[in-house]
Design a protein around this ligand. Structure first.
Ligand code: GLC
Ligand code: GLC
Length: 635
């Protein structure tokens, strides 16, 4: 059903007339007016997106009315301080592009035992300069294996071991007082099989029967499986798992993570309510989990379908109406052509940059900057009002998601090169410094991904004297290449692989736990002791963070490639004119030179912001093994 503008306007009038009454009753005109203004502004977008998904249903208008009533209820429940934040964000929509931004990510239990323990860490976060804190999933989830909390049983209750909803609200507030934005996951592709919706669905409750994808036998699952990629082949083959009663349920990830059916508007509405409730706790950024998978269609890979984008844009339009301060960060760990499709002011304003992440590690292995330089030059630019979240590693595996076509330009064959990278990072390649662990090794397809902490992958575990320099090199790129740099907390003191997960039956089958060690108390205690690797990494990183945070040129997302003329040296410029900074990064364990000719367009004298050294460019520049310089021009 395509709606004309007149119809849309009529529909809006109907809905507002009805709601204005309710709005006035519940919260008074002060409440209703800002909502009504934003509703008018964003209704056309919301309507377009929802019409594309559900417009041909007989109950569409009813659904729309109920959805907007839910949005109004969420707005009415939105605390005053968050409404003030909304207003501030609306006047400064590019706040996240600031050079002061620095992200950190950690598990609540591993890093601080519970939410109060995380609050007690605020002085430490400030010592580092963190302005954005992603707390890993903290809502109620099954005992035992819960995929690290990514199987949510209730979005309205904190996991009892971590605290309460009130603790979470208080933490969000305390963080905000200190200039730190709370980031939480929005795990909306699936719920745990213990979620109330799942239980009711299983029990045949008609209101919930279409919430998930349940099949009586293998007929339809077989048809879908013919074109699906296996995400966790170690856990179960294909995209479905069998229930005790013999039926099959769609479970892209683990058997206990049931995919939601967004073909059903009731699912959209139910999740929208959960989303706005999470926003109202004081969350400033939602990490949109597993975005690629949320829509399914027979005969496709069921990844990155156009409707997945429509679902997210519809959520985003609702947010603009009822919690406008909130941003979305896309978690699409897919082909780079698909990653960027989630990024726009109307969809996800932020996105992980999995290509840069994977290519940082690739470059350490090959010592050749070709692919990374190409990615910075050709795949870094984003639309205005959006930015990358750049990172060295996350709680997940490293997958080699570069484009085969890009690689082919350098004569690199994608499949073979991935085999090399996997061998290199699990130390099955002569001379490798890395001590990684394979993840979801799939002999049938040759697919494999890599686990390991930054320190262990960079050589610290095997005592390589250059490991510290490698870690700082990777973080230097993340800190200087634009967007929001994201630090996996613990990396700053060089946490190593933790094989103890093998002793825990609920974790042993998932090697990602090797790089999720508990808080490293000795490492933190030594963080200012430059005789230790922890101290060298911490002080080196803190130094670069401070430089970033005192130079506006590092803000924003824009970057210009700079060809160093040396295959081992990455180059790019941030900013332009007299405040521009030229970054040169040596990805090899040998000294590398940049010729005077390459630098001929630069000023005769430059200063390295990192060491403070003056460099006469007419003599060329020489970089020590793994050295990076951030060069400012001197007149
Ligand atoms: C995301 C998470 C990952 C989880 C998966 C399923 O990719 O980062 O840890 O296993 O989604 O929720
Ligand atoms: C993510 C990614 C996949 C990743 C996994 C978590 O959504 O698509 O590549 O490895 O889930 O491990």
């Amino acid at each position: 059903m395509l709606m004309t503008d007149t119809h849309a306007a009529q529909l809006l009038e109907e809905i507002t007339a009805e709601l204005s009454q309710r709005g006035a009753e519940a919260g008074g005109q002060d409440d209703w007016h800002p909502f009504a203004t934003r509703l008018r502004q964003h209704f056309p977008t919301l309507l377009t997106e929802l019409t594309a998904l559900y417009g041909d249903r007989a109950d569409f208008r009813q659904f729309l009315r109920a959805l907007i009533a839910s949005a109004l209820a969420a707005w009415q429940a939105r605390p005053a301080d968050l409404r003030a934040l909304d207003a501030a964000r609306e006047t400064e929509p590019d706040w996240f592009q600031s050079h002061r931004m620095l992200g950190g990510v950690c598990y609540v239990d591993l890093h601080g035992h519970n939410l109060r323990g995380i609050a007690a860490q605020i002085p430490y976060f400030k010592e580092l300069g963190i302005t954005y804190l992603h707390l890993m999933p903290l809502f109620r989830c099954p005992d035992g294996n819960s995929d690290g909390g990514y199987a949510v049983s209730s979005y309205r209750a904190v996991h009892p071991a971590l605290g309460t909803i009130e603790d979470l609200r208080a933490l969000a507030h305390a963080l905000r007082q200190e200039g730190i934005s709370l980031v939480l996951d929005f795990i909306f592709n699936h719920t745990s099989n213990e979620h109330d919706w799942a239980r009711r669905c299983l029990a045949g409750d008609p209101a919930y029967q279409d919430f998930y994808f349940l099949f009586p036998d293998r007929t339809i699952p077989d048809q879908f499986d013919a074109t699906l990629r296996e995400i966790f082949p170690d856990q179960h083959p294909g995209g479905f798992s069998q229930l005790a009663d013999g039926r099959w349920v769609w479970s892209t990830f683990n058997t206990f993570q049931w995919d939601l059916n967004y073909g059903n508007p009731a699912v959209f509405k139910a999740m929208a309510e959960e989303m706005l409730a999470i926003a109202n706790l004081g969350t400033e950024v939602l990490r949109m989990d597993a975005v690629a998978f949320v829509w399914k269609r027979l005969g496709t890979t069921c990844e990155n379908l156009p409707e997945a984008h429509t679902v997210i844009r519809a959520f985003s339009a609702l947010v603009r109406i009822a919690a406008p301060g909130l941003l979305f960060k896309s978690e699409a760990i897919v082909h780079p052509d698909d990653v960027v499709k989630y990024i726009s002011p109307q969809e996800c304003q932020l996105s992980y940059n999995p290509l840069q992440m994977a290519l940082l590690w690739n470059t350490l292995a090959t010592r050749e900057v070709n692919l990374l330089q190409q990615a910075l030059e050709q795949r870094h630019t984003l639309p205005p009002g959006t930015a990358w979240v750049n990172y060295v590693r996350s709680h997940d595996d490293i997958g080699w998601t570069f484009s085969d076509e890009d690689a082919a330009q350098f004569g690199i064959q994608g499949f073979d090169h991935r085999q090399f990278l996997n061998r290199f990072f699990v130390n099955r390649f002569p001379g490798s410094f890395a001590r990684g662990v394979p993840f979801q090794d799939n002999p049938a397809t040759g697919d494999c991904r890599i686990c390991g902490t930054s320190a262990s992958l960079a050589g610290l575990e095997q005592g390589d004297p250059l490991a510290v320099a490698r870690i700082l090199l990777l973080y230097s790129v993340v800190l200087s290449s634009g967007g929001i740099p994201l630090l996996y907390l613990g990396d700053e003191v060089g946490v190593r692989n933790d094989p103890s997960y093998l002793q825990d039956p609920s974790k042993a089958a998932d090697s990602r736990w090797v790089h999720r060690p508990p808080y490293d108390a000795p490492g933190h205690a030594a963080r200012y002791d430059r005789a230790t690797p922890a101290g060298q990494i911490f002080t080196g990183m803190q130094h670069m963070i401070r430089i970033r945070q005192s130079h506006p040129v590092f803000g924003g997302n824009a970057l210009t490639g700079f060809r160093s003329g040396n295959p081992h040296v990455l180059g790019y410029t941030r900013g332009s004119g007299s405040t521009a900074v030229l970054v040169l990064a040596n990805f090899s364990e040998r000294t590398q030179d940049i010729s005077a000719r390459t630098l001929s367009a630069q000023t005769a004298l430059m200063r390295d912001l990192i060491t403070g050294n003056l460099l006469p460019t007419r003599a060329g520049v020489s970089l020590a093994p793994y050295q990076v310089v951030w060069l400012e021009s001197l007149a």
